[in-house]
Every structure is written in C-alpha cells, then in structure tokens.
Design a binder for this molecule. Structure first.
Ligand code: NAD
Length: 328
C-alpha cells in the first residue's frame, strides 16, 4: 500500500512515518532495515553519529536487488555530525556519507545540531561519539557560522549528493535566521517532540515557512532509559508516557496501543514520525499510525496538555563538565 507522505519545502515528498536508526547495532542493521522494508517502511532516518549507515545501505540494496522496492520508493535521511561544520569538512562528509549508503543519492541531509565542535578525523571518532572523546572528558567547540555549513549543504544539492536539506535541534530564532538567506529551502526540521515537550511556537514557525516538522523520541523518556547515567537521569525521573493519562484511556477507546496514540497525536497534526524498534510486532504497529483512526480535537489538546517543557536530548544537561546550552 502506498505510504502517506508530507511535502517538503523542496517540493519533494517524504513518507509521514519512518524508521529511526539510532541505537540499531551495526551487526544487525542490514537485516533490520531489510525486514523493515518488508514490513512496509520506506523512510529511514540515519546519521553519521549512529555509525550504521553502511549496513543500513546494504539492507536497502538487498531489498532493491530482490525486487521488493526501487530506489525511488525509498527515502533516506541522514545527518552531518557536529565536528564537520567547516565548509570543506561538510562537503567531504556529505559526499562520503552518500558513498557509504551506496544508493546514488541521499534524499534529505540535515545539520544534526546548531553547534560546531572541533574537527576530529572521522577515523578517530569512536562511536558513541556523543560530543566527547572516548574518555568522556573533552568537548571542544569550534567557531563556525551556521551560514557556512548551510552553504556547503546547498552545494551538495547542486552536486546531486542530496535532494533536499534541512536542520535538526534548531530553535525558532536560528531557524528564522537561516530561512532569511537560504538559497535552497529548509525542507525539514527534526526535533524532539512528544507530549512532555510540545514546542508549539517552534512547530508553527517551521510549518508557516513550509518546513516539514519531523518528531524524534516520540515516546518521550522511553528511549533515554537505556543510555548511560548522565543521559538517562532526567528520563528516569519522569513518568512513562506509555502509562500516562489520557494516553492509556485513549488507547483503550480506539483499540490501539499507547505507542500508536503517541504517534498518531503527531501525524494527525502534520508532523512526521520516525520511531525505532528492533521488535517485529512493534515495527508493524508503529507503521500503522498515518491514518485509520482520528483522535478528536479535544483529545489532541488533552495530550498536548501534558507539556512540561521536559527535554531529554539536552547537551546542556548530559555533558555535566562541559554543558553546551544550545536550547537555552
Ligand atoms: P523512540 O521514541 O522511537 O523510542 C524508542 C524506544 O521505544 C525503544 O526503547 C523501543 O524499544 C521502544 N519502543 C518502540 N516501539 C514501541 C512500541 N510500539 N511499544 C513499546 N515500546 C516501543 O526513540 P528514539 O530512538 O530516541 O527516536 C526515534 C529516532 O529519532 C531515532 O532512532 C533517530 O533516528 C531519531 N533521533 C534523532 C535525534 C536528533 O538529534 N536528530 C535524536 C534522537 C533520535
């Protein structure tokens, strides 16, 4: 069945529901992606930081070779990591990541965070990079204007390396500034977005400019509980959204899982989602949220009322010795 899509500012279409590749182990990524395609997924959300682009690309190529899909049916998003914001590094990384995927082109290339870190040779950037050296002691900022990085991404569009470009973890001020000089449009803004962190003004700013919003960590604390203590501390203190009201009551009312209610709350408001799961049954249920049931307007509002401006992916918090307050 064809996937529901959302229009990007570039004019291209992106599936409304995709599969997130963060924390999908390298060893199983090819198989996971191949099985996700079999289940019906067409959008894959990767990043240099996730260190599984090569294997994810292999999974897609296997599905293409077996005739399950064509390249143009698949939508690949990936991201430029913070150490490569200087113009020449951004160009090198874009070209290199495209070759690593091995699919001819990237569909959407995002600046992962609105802050630059000092260059590290990619061969020395150990996963998980997560901002620090392997001893978790050093975080070194670099002085690179976003405009320089954006113009490198625009050149990658001109070269055919990527079809659309966008940003992640930007706030309304940096997004508005970027839009003022962008030669190629800001196609998508990918942000942490769940009922504890709704960011209505940011979503409205993006959508008013034709920038498609993609939600990450749609299940709130869930994804962060599996991380080391500095990263999981805030999530450990928050009540699980899967057990929160009105999510539980709405799940019972519509005969859906709490996960599906959380994802539908986003897609129904025109926001794309990219949940991650390694479990086949959850993989299927997470995909089935682009339609089929609609929450009432007051139910959408009741879910948004859970908002408490609670952010889990915050380098101002999880880098205690070198906090970077990109969301201040
Ligand atoms: P997520 O909100 O998709 O949650 C994943 C967690 O929920 C996992 O523990 C998984 O086992 C569990 N889960 C998945 N489906 C479930 C279901 N149906 N029922 C119960 N539990 C379920 O978290 P995420 O991985 O943080 O976010 C999704 C994707 O967003 C990532 O894989 C990545 O691609 C992207 N992302 C981007 C950024 C960024 O900075 N741009 C940051 C974080 C994540």
């Amino acid at each position: 069945m064809p996937q529901k899509t959302i229009k990007l500012a570039s004019g291209r279409e992106m599936p409304l529901v995709g599969f997130g590749l963060w924390k999908v182990p390298k060893e199983t990524a090819a198989e996971t992606v191949y099985n996700a395609i079999k289940t019906g997924y067409r959008l894959f959300d990767g990043a240099y930081d996730y260190q599984n682009e090569k294997e994810a690309g292999e999974g897609v190529r296997r599905a293409i070779a077996e005739g399950l899909v064509k390249r143009e049916d698949i939508f690949i998003t990936t991201k430029l990591w913070n150490n490569y914001h200087q113009r020449e590094h951004a160009l090198q990384m874009g070209r290199r990541q495209n070759e690593t995927w091995g699919l001819g082109y990237i569909d959407l290339y995002l600046i992962h965070f609105p802050c630059a870190l000092k260059y590290v040779d990619p061969a020395e950037l150990q996963y998980p990079a997560w901002w620090m050296n392997s001893e978790h002691s050093t975080v070194e900022l670099d002085k690179v204007p976003i405009q320089e990085t954006w113009q490198a991404l625009e050149q990658l569009v001109d070269e055919g390396v990527t079809r659309s470009i966008g940003v992640s973890n930007f706030q309304a001020q940096s997004l508005t500034d970027l839009i003022s000089y962008a030669r190629h449009p800001v196609s998508s803004l990918q942000i942490e977005h769940h009922p504890y962190l709704v960011q209505p003004g940011l979503v409205a700013t993006a959508q008013a400019n034709g920038t498609a919003v993609t939600a990450y960590s749609s299940f709130g604390p869930q994804s962060f509980l599996e991380l080391p203590p500095d990263f999981s501390k805030r999530a450990a203190g928050a009540a699980l959204l899967f057990k929160a009201e009105p999510i539980v009551t709405l799940a019972a009312k519509y005969g859906k899982t709490p996960a599906q209610i959380l994802l539908r709350w986003a897609t129904q408001r025109g926001i794309a989602v990219i949940p991650k799961s390694n479990n086949p049954a959850r993989l299927a249920q997470n995909l089935d949220v682009a339609g089929g049931f609609d929450l009432a307007v007051d139910e959408l509002a009741a879910i948004s009322d859970l908002d408490r401006n609670l952010r889990f992916n915050d380098p101002g918090f999880y880098l205690p010795s070198h906090p970077i307050h990109v969301f201040a």
